[in-house]
Design a binder for this molecule. Structure first.
Ligand code: GTP
Ligand code: MG
Length: 194
C-alpha cells in the first residue's frame, strides 16, 4: 500500500466530537500498551504520527488520522489500564461503546492482542460484542518479534481458540520488524472497498 498522505485530524473526547468527513473508517482497539499507535504508524509509514509511549494509558481520546484523503483511522483509547479509577473506566466504556455503536462510517475494527499475553476477558467481550452488532473484526497478534517460531504458533492457536475464530484468521504482526504489514493492509482494503 502506497501512502501518499497521512495526517492527524483530531482527538475526540466524546462521540459528538468525531470528524464528519464521511470517509470509510477503520478503528484500532486493544488494551493499553499493546502497540496500537505503533501499528498505526507502521501501516502509515510514519515514525511518530500516532504517539507511542512506554507509559500505558497515554491515549485517552479517540485520535483520528486521514489516510490518502480516502480513509480514516481511529486510534481508540486503550482499555484495561490498572491505574484508572472506576469513574474513568466507566467514561471510557461509554465513549467507546457510543463510538462503536453510532459510527456509521465504521467498516471494521482491528482487535490488537499481545501474542505473549493472549486474549483476556476484555478481548473476548469486545469480540463477542462486535459479532453481536454485526461489525467486522480483524484480529491481530502483535509483538511477534518477541516470540520464536514455535511459541508463535502456539500463541496464535490459543488466541484463535479464545476468540472462537480459525487459526489462519489471526494476523501475525510486529511494529518493530514490520512483519504482517502488507497482509494487514490487504485485509483492511477488503473491508474499506466493500
Ligand atoms: P496506549 O496508547 O497507551 O494505550 O498504548 P498503545 O497501545 O498505543 O501502545 P504503543 O504503540 O504506544 O506501544 C507501547 C509500547 O510497546 C512501546 O514501548 C512500543 O515501542 C512497544 N511496541 C509496540 N509494538 C511493538 C512490537 O510489535 N514489538 C515490540 N517489540 N514492541 C512493540
Ligand atoms: Mg496509543
Amino acid at each position: 500500500m502506497k501512502i501518499s498522505s497521512a495526517e492527524f485530524v483530531k482527538s475526540a473526547k466524546d462521540f459528538s466530537d468525531c470528524p464528519k468527513d464521511g470517509l470509510a473508517e477503520i478503528a484500532f482497539a486493544g488494551r493499553s500498551n499493546v502497540g496500537k499507535s505503533m501499528l498505526i504508524n507502521c501501516l502509515l509509514q510514519r515514525k511518530n504520527l500516532a504517539r507511542t509511549s512506554s507509559k500505558p494509558g497515554r491515549t485517552r481520546t479517540v485520535n483520528f488520522y486521514r489516510v490518502n484523503n480516502l480513509y480514516m483511522f481511529a486510534d481508540l483509547p486503550g482499555y484495561g489500564w490498572a491505574r484508572v479509577s472506576k469513574n474513568e473506566r466507566q467514561s471510557w466504556k461509554q465513549m467507546v461503546e457510543a463510538y462503536l455503536e453510532g459510527r456509521v462510517e465504521l467498516c471494521a475494527v482491528v482487535i490488537i492482542v499481545d501474542l505473549r499475553r493472549g486474549a483476556e476477558t476484555e478481548e473476548q467481550e469486545l469480540s463477542a460484542w462486535l459479532e453481536h452488532k454485526g461489525i467486522p473484526a480483524i484480529v491481530v497478534g502483535t509483538k511477534a518479534d518477541k516470540l520464536k517460531s514455535n511459541a508463535r504458533k502456539h500463541a496464535r492457536r490459543s488466541l484463535a481458540e479464545d476468540l472462537v475464530i480459525p487459526d489462519d484468521e489471526v494476523l501475525i504482526f510486529s511494529g518493530r520488524t514490520k512483519e504482517g504489514r502488507d497482509d494487514l493492509w490487504a485485509r483492511l482494503l477488503e473491508f474499506l472497498k466493500g
